[in-house]
Design a protein around this ligand. Structure first.
Ligand code: LMR
Length: 328
């Protein structure tokens, strides 16, 4: 009897500690893959959680599971369709099974800055992307920004030929596969949570990511250095299950979406600064960062940009033209 009592009280405590939700509240589980406090997505998720739990107390309750503790990005969308998680914010590179339209954002050198990305997403064409997976059961709610991608490897990368024959981890996107093939590298799709170990053990030689991801997951510790290429972007779609969203009472849904909209605006405005801080933290920690001359950077442009042709049909020439016009 004593054993049972102890076991019961342990179970009850664990449940209370992990849930933190009151009875009757709608539970919104939000699974993501980064850290919580030094990352554009992690900070935004934490702020969203704090605001929902304060302002919607009694009606809704958000539980955030960061650092791939609940699902990694390769599983989270399936889990969402099954109703096991209500919110996620995978990078736009991770939606290929659902839409090919997001390939625009993976094309190398498509956007010159995150401001250009923001302007495109705010356009009618960009906003239409939020609804592009409704038939597949997913509803986009907002775009969250990370930043521009850099390249790292276990040897210095100055010219594209330096990447020849190296194995690079990529997110699950065929555009990124083609981009790495264009520089003569061999791409390997892999979950974010596995990258550090793969770099450390030499399963792959290099990877591409934003400063906040390179710092947040300490990739710089297991790489020769990071080359500041700004050759692509990482941006996120905050996404939910169509049926779940429709199941909410209108006032609950409106309040939630209003809070999400405000958090999006506030945190997107800070994403650049969070990445700059991460870059500085890499330098402070003794990480090596290499910059390219304009001529050297142009070599990467020349080798990577032909990839656009291959995916023109998926994303549409009109989308490419609109993105390029914003860059001007
Ligand atoms: C990656 O897999 O490298 C990124 O999408 C991780 C993230 O969420 O920023």
């Amino acid at each position: 009897a004593v054993t049972t009592a102890v076991a019961l009280s342990f179970t009850a405590q664990t449940a209370a500690a992990s849930a933190g939700c009151d009875e009757g509240e709608i539970v919104i589980k939000f699974a993501h893959v980064t850290n919580t406090d030094k990352h554009p997505k992690g900070i935004a998720a934490s702020l969203l959680q704090e605001r929902v739990n304060t302002e919607m107390d009694g009606k809704a309750c958000m539980e955030v599971y960061p650092n791939s503790t609940l699902y990694d990005d390769n599983k989270v969308l399936e889990a969402m369709l099954q109703g096991d998680v209500q919110l996620a914010a995978p990078s736009l590179s991770k939606f290929e099974k659902f839409t090919k339209k997001f390939r625009l954002f993976d094309l190398p050198f498509m956007f010159k800055s995150m401001d250009a990305v923001d302007a495109y997403q705010s356009s009618d064409a960009g906003q239409a992307l939020l609804d592009s997976m409704q038939k597949r059961g997913l509803q986009g709610l907002a775009f969250w920004h990370n930043g521009l991608k850099q390249l790292s490897a276990n040897k210095p990368l100055i010219h594209p030929s330096d990447a020849n024959g190296l194995k690079f981890r990529v997110q699950s996107s065929d555009v990124l596969v083609a981009q790495m093939e264009a520089i003569g590298a061999s791409p390997q799709k892999m979950a974010f949570s596995e990258v550090y170990g793969a770099l450390q053990q030499g399963v792959v030689d290099g990877q591409e990511n934003t400063w906040s991801n390179i710092y947040g997951k300490k990739f710089y510790e297991v790489q020769d250095g990071v080359t500041e290429t700004n050759h692509g972007i990482i941006d996120y779609l905050v996404v939910t299950n169509v049926d779940w969203l429709e199941s909410l009472d209108a006032d609950v849904r409106d309040q939630f979406l209003t809070i999400l909209g405000e958090v999006t605006k506030t945190r997107n405005a800070e994403a650049f600064a969070v990445n700059e801080a991460a870059k500085q933290s890499i330098i402070d920690a003794g990480g090596v960062i290499r910059t390219l001359t304009p001529e050297q950077r142009q070599e990467w442009v020349d080798v990577m940009m032909p990839v656009w042709d291959k995916f023109k049909g998926d994303v549409g020439q009109d989308a490419i033209d609109a993105a390029q016009k914003i860059n001007e």
